[in-house]
Design a protein around this ligand. Structure first.
Ligand code: NAP
Length: 254
């Protein structure tokens, strides 16, 4: 269906070399978009490119980038435009957390999480917005936040706070950038089986709690994000900005 065809569309997925980001990149590639996978681990990004090779009509490339570093983000955008010609959408998805609980947590833990989850999102969104405005082209910016933004998470308050900031940033950017035909939306995942949640997968107590708390009674997977990526990058979501797509198996509804 044309509404969901991304032929000729170029997208960036930060943190696209694994986990949720890989799911987003796979969805976009299947819909025929060209995709630039940005991550620090370039070898792993090259592997992701190999896995996506030939699944759609577009080109998939790997670009090294540390989203918390202003120069690195600028260089990565330049490299992407050099290789793919332009950018139409970006998924600011790279994110981190850490397992130190409050009040043992050092300030540096919070700072590190904010550098990636908030400053990183800000830098990526800003560079892509500048590129779109310079081209006078419409675009879509999608930020991976978390349902943790709206819940009292006792084990990672710094992470929750960073995701609250990312969601608030998205709303503000949506209002600011609408005049340029640039939409800004949030994907809010629930519990997803990725490296980030490695320590909880297989933990019997957690698995029991998850089956009780999540109405769909399973972990989310990277594949669960493929359709959302296509929807939010494509004209199918043309009148949607400043809002949140919750993908959590019903957790927030319960
Ligand atoms: P993941 O498997 O740990 O992947 C994190 C990704 O971020 C990796 O690709 C990593 O690549 C990249 N990354 C980290 N720091 C970076 C930096 N400074 N610069 C560039 N890339 C960086 O985690 P995930 O579960 O897929 O998480 C993806 C997003 O979903 C995150 O924003 C996370 O907060 C959010 N989320 C996850 C869950 C969940 O249950 N898994 C729930 C809600 C929200 P490199 O290490 O190679 O750079």
């Amino acid at each position: 269906m044309d509404l969901f065809d991304l032929s000729g569309h170029v997208s960036i997925v930060t943190g696209g070399n694994r986990g949720i980001g890989f799911g987003l990149a796979r969805g976009l590639a299947q819909a025929n978009a060209s995709v630039a996978i940005w991550a620090r681990d370039l070898a792993k990004a090259d592997e992701a490119v190999e896995r996506l090779d030939g699944i759609g009509k577009g080109e998939v490339v790997a670009v090294g980038c540390d989203v918390s570093d202003e120069r690195s983000v600028g260089d990565a955008l330049e490299a992407t435009v050099d290789r793919l010609g332009k950018v139409d959408s970006v998924f600011a998805n790279a994110g981190v957390t850490s397992g130190v609980t409050f009040p043992d947590m050092e300030l540096s833990e919070l700072e590190h999480v904010f550098e990636v989850n908030v400053a990183g999102v800000f830098l990526v969104a800003r560079e892509v917005a500048r590129h779109l405005i310079a081209r006078d082209a419409p675009g879509s910016i999608v930020i991976t936040s978390s349902i943790a933004a709206n819940r009292g998470n006792p084990t990672a308050p710094h992470y929750s706070a960073s995701k609250g900031a990312a969601t608030a940033l998205a709303r503000a950017l949506a209002v600011r950038l609408a005049r340029h035909r640039i939409r800004v939306n949030v994907i809010a995942p629930g519990w997803v089986a990725t490296e980030m949640t490695d320590d909880l997968q297989g933990n019997e107590r957690f698995e029991d709690a998850l089956r009780f708390r999540v109405p769909l009674r399973r972990w989310g997977t990277a594949e669960d994000f493929e359709g959302a990526a296509v929807f939010l990058a494509s004209p199918a979501s043309a009148y949607m900005t400043g809002t949140e797509l919750v993908i959590d198996g019903g957790y927030s509804a319960f």
